[in-house]
Design a protein around this ligand. Sequence first.
Ligand SMILES: [Zn+2]
Ligand SMILES: [Zn+2]
Ligand SMILES: [Zn+2]
Length: 357
Amino acid sequence: MSENNTVREIRINPIMPSESVLVASARGLRPRQEEERIPHDSRAHVDSCPFCKGNEEQTPPTILAVPDEENWNIRVVRNLFPVLGTESDQSNISFGMQQVMDGYGHHEVIIDHFEHGMEIHGMSHEHLEMLVGTYRRRMEELYNSDDRIKYVLVFKNFGSAAGASIKHTHSQLIAMPIVPENVYNEVLSSQNYYRKYHQCVFCSLIDEALTFEATIYNRDSGEVRRKIDVGQYVVERGERFIAIKPFASRYEWEVHILPLRHQSDFMQITPEDTVDFARVLKRTMQRLDKVLGGAQYNYYFHTVPRCELSNDCDESYHWHMEICPRTSIPTGFELGSGLFITTISPEDAAARLREAL
Ligand SMILES: [Zn+2]
Ligand SMILES: [Zn+2]
Ligand SMILES: [Zn+2]
């Protein structure tokens, strides 16, 4: 699709049909204010940074150090200001319209790399494998040691607009006693899809991205209304993982990484999978950095929760990572309507990311 090709349409998210996005790619249309790009911080060490080597006493005690406490490459510590904690022993209360659950849970910080300014796209494959292995290991240990935990959300904020308060590269993990709404809705929606079509909706989307080809014509004029090409939404393809630009996503440059073979639970990732995942993640982040340079972003993992729901969603749910670059600030229209506007069409965004490397 060329740059002059104006798209103005409302697209329904195939995974969450209750969500939609307005793609309005008219040239020069800028309904939203842009987020600031942040300059690359190439410093390996900053004396005053609590996450830098040598300053370990400035953080809460180590939960896990990889490979060991003395020569750590990755370090996991308790969050100094946890949003959920284990110390309170309040019970749940309910009064009229007010229902309150105890703010129970665990909040950990994963210091992704010992080098201060190291970004995901700059890390070695081996280091990224170690990082993904650390995410997995902490999730497993929390699920196994605490049966109140229903979901462990692993996420990363990069840049202040994405919520990061410390510049040193880090991720976070929040283990909570509830299934968060976004995961719950995805699990339910994909179960509904599975009941109707006997197929996983994520697998169907991958198949479509890899094999679908179609031309939709205007019935009256015979003009081409839309052309769907093979690979149009594929940003990066590995042996076991694929990075896709969703056809209807809330953020202009949002990219999802999914296992090619059906896998419901991130916990099922094998060492061989991890090698390919690290490669696809690095290439995807390199592409985003090439196109967006210094964009602030969030990423997080969506996987099967530990609750009644999970027994029944092994076939229908498919774990994935969502990467959401925050290139513009949502407006009142978007917050009020829930209808997000993207001013570059997902097809153009995918093409630019593919061409970047
Ligand atoms: Zn640092
Ligand atoms: Zn699947
Ligand atoms: Zn998701």
